[in-house]
Design a protein around this ligand. Structure first.
Ligand SMILES: Cc1cc2nc3c(=O)[nH]c(=O)nc-3n(C[C@H](O)[C@H](O)[C@H](O)COP(=O)(O)OP(=O)(O)OC[C@H]3O[C@@H](n4cnc5c(N)ncnc54)[C@H](O)[C@@H]3O)c2cc1C
Length: 512
């Protein structure tokens, strides 16, 4: 185990006491050199310099056994949204300034420690944002600055924030940013995975609304990525995940309409054919009306449908295909409200459970939808008796979203310019004995969606990162040109391959 020098960094951030071992005599001087590239008037730089100087004897010692870390390991249980992602890091650090991240990365690469980076902790793939006792988890939650530009056109958002507090603050200022539907999800993980918002023909993906990104690279530089600075890194970070650096801050355009219309209705399972036909028809209508968004969650009991329109209105005609259907329950009646209120409604408390996910993309087709729903029911019925609940989430992506992306420096996904349907079989369960079975059931549903849509020429290769399973080839699904681009950006900005070799999880270019 080679992680104990991180305790120095942790000590300087106020997280732990120091206990240092390192390999070469000059290491403390190298750390001080790195600090030299940051403003000496910044108090954190002087604090870190003092910590390094005070610990230089320990820092510059030859490596020795790492007893300090082992003794502490059990105290640092990572708290992830899914129980299956709770991993007991050997060292858990919570920097609040990019310079601390730079020093942490320097120590990590010096001692070749494994590490993981976390923001909102909502990715359900174990090991993507956490690590066991063989490594360090860098939790960015203390990057929590939040402000709005004078003209209210963009917000500055710390990488450790979740979308709930961000939208709450912006709502009070009369604006909103493009986000996902859930207030608990972390800003960084969602944006680095592309970020699917419910109204996307109007806004593009959430990542397409980034103005700039502050990133700490593995060579300890803190850089800005935007359309005009490091524009290749800017594009790569939008969908390319945790391959390139540790994000500490975003500037996000406030392009989401604050005032929206929404409705949530539940339809009976016995109406499956009509409901799924209506969904495909609405998707067709949405290609002509970019303000509309729809999302459906299918269960054996029926369909929960969220309808959204990007302004205050009354009964938008785009949703007319549903008007003849009678819901079993009107969970949220048609409401002229705000983006914040909609997100709050979509964020019920999350019970403690394990979670897993699979992502497959098709184009819209009512017959395909019914076939896939029926097969989901069959597979679900065959797995009654486990502690798991299986749901089939259907999200839509308008053709116009790809065009919006191009207008803001592009993204890494290479989304085809046609209407798409993102299928997301998900599961929550409580008994760890079901872990493997759940994943195999989700894979089975995903494989069926893929094979049936391929047979009907309705398959699209895109695997949307934010709904993908750990064993899906997300970056390869962006196409060879985009994958090569991401490889090139990784080699340019992470020359030693720190994020590829030492990072614990994620959709890494080295594994694609
Ligand atoms: C209830 C729920 C609702 C969701 N709704 C949506 C939705 O509407 N739209 C959508 O697109 N997705 C949605 N998702 C998926 C979600 O966006 C992804 O799981 C995302 O990865 C979670 O981000 P996080 O920051 O919370 O997660 P984490 O688990 O903290 O991180 C996710 C990934 O990002 C990396 N990462 C985190 N912080 C940093 C950083 N500072 N620098 C570099 N890399 C970092 C991690 O290493 C990890 O690989 C939802 C998920 C849940 C559980």
């Amino acid at each position: 185990m080679k992680v104990s020098p991180l305790l120095l960094v942790a000590a300087a951030t106020g997280s732990f006491g120091a206990a240092i071992q390192a390999r070469e005599e000059s290491f403390s001087e190298q750390l001080l050199d790195t600090l030299g590239s940051f403003s000496s008037s910044d108090p954190i730089v002087s604090e870190l310099s003092a910590a390094i100087r005070n610990s230089s004897a320990l820092l510059d010692q030859a490596p020795s056994q790492n007893s300090a870390i082992s003794a502490r390991a059990s105290s640092f249980q990572a708290q992830a949204a899914s129980s299956n992602c709770d991993l007991p890091a050997a060292c858990f650090i919570t920097p609040e300034h990019p310079v601390q991240v730079a020093i942490a990365l320097q120590v990590i690469s010096r001692v070749q420690s494994k590490f993981a980076v976390r923001s909102g902790g909502h990715n359900p793939n174990p090991g993507f944002a956490g690590i066991g006792q063989e490594g360090v988890t860098i939790d960015t939650q203390r990057f929590s600055s939040l402000s709005l530009s004078a003209d209210k056109s963009y917000a500055t958002v710390g990488a450790g924030l979740r979308f709930g507090p961000v939208q709450e603050y912006l709502d009070s200022q009369g604006v909103a940013v493009v986000s996902g539907r859930n207030k608990y999800v972390g800003v960084t993980g969602l944006l680095l995975g592309g970020g699917h918002p419910i109204i996307n023909s109007l806004t593009g993906l959430a990542a397409d609304n980034i103005k700039s990104i502050e990133v700490v690279l593995s060579d300890y530089r803190v850089v800005t990525a935007s359309r005009t600075e490091n524009s290749d890194l800017f594009r790569a970070l939008k969908g390319g995940g945790n391959n390139f650096g540790i994000v500490t801050k975003f500037e996000l355009y406030t392009k989401m309409p604050r005032n929206i219309w929404y409705r949530n209705a539940i339809y009976a399972a016995s109406d499956a054919k009509a409901v799924l036909k209506a969904l495909a028809e609405v998707q067709k209508n949405m290609e002509e009306d970019s303000k509309a968004g729809i999302q459906m969650t299918c269960s054996p009991d029926g369909f929960t449908v969220a309808f959204v329109y990007g302004e205050h209105t009354n009964d938008p005609v785009v949703f007319a295909p549903f008007s003849k259907l009678v819901p079993t329950s009107e969970r949220t009646p048609p409401t002229n409200g705000t983006t914040l209120e909609f997100i709050q409604l979509q964020s019920p408390p999350q019970p403690e459970a394990s979670r897993d996910t699979v992502g497959v993309t098709t184009t819209p087709d009512a017959d395909l939808y019914l076939d896939l729903y029926n097969q989901y029911l069959t597979i679900n019925a065959a797995n009654n008796g486990t502690s798991a609940a299986f749901l089939l989430v259907i999200q839509t992506l308008g053709a116009a979203a790809a065009r919006v992306a191009e207008c803001n420096g592009g993204n890494a996904l290479g989304t085809s310019k046609r209407a798409l349907t993102l299928w997301n079989p998900i599961s929550t369960w409580t008994d760890p004995a079901d872990d493997k079975r759940v994943h195999s059931v989700l894979t089975q549903i995903g494989n069926y969606i893929k094979s049936q849509s391929q047979a009907k020429k309705l398959y699209d290769p895109l695997i949307f990162a934010n709904i993908a399973a750990h064993d899906q080839k997300v970056l390869a699904s962006y196409g060879s040109q985009n994958l090569n681009f991401l490889r090139g950006v990784s080699q340019k900005y992470d020359r030693n391959g720190t994020f590829q070799r030492l990072q614990n999880g994620g959709f890494l270019v080295s594994k694609s």
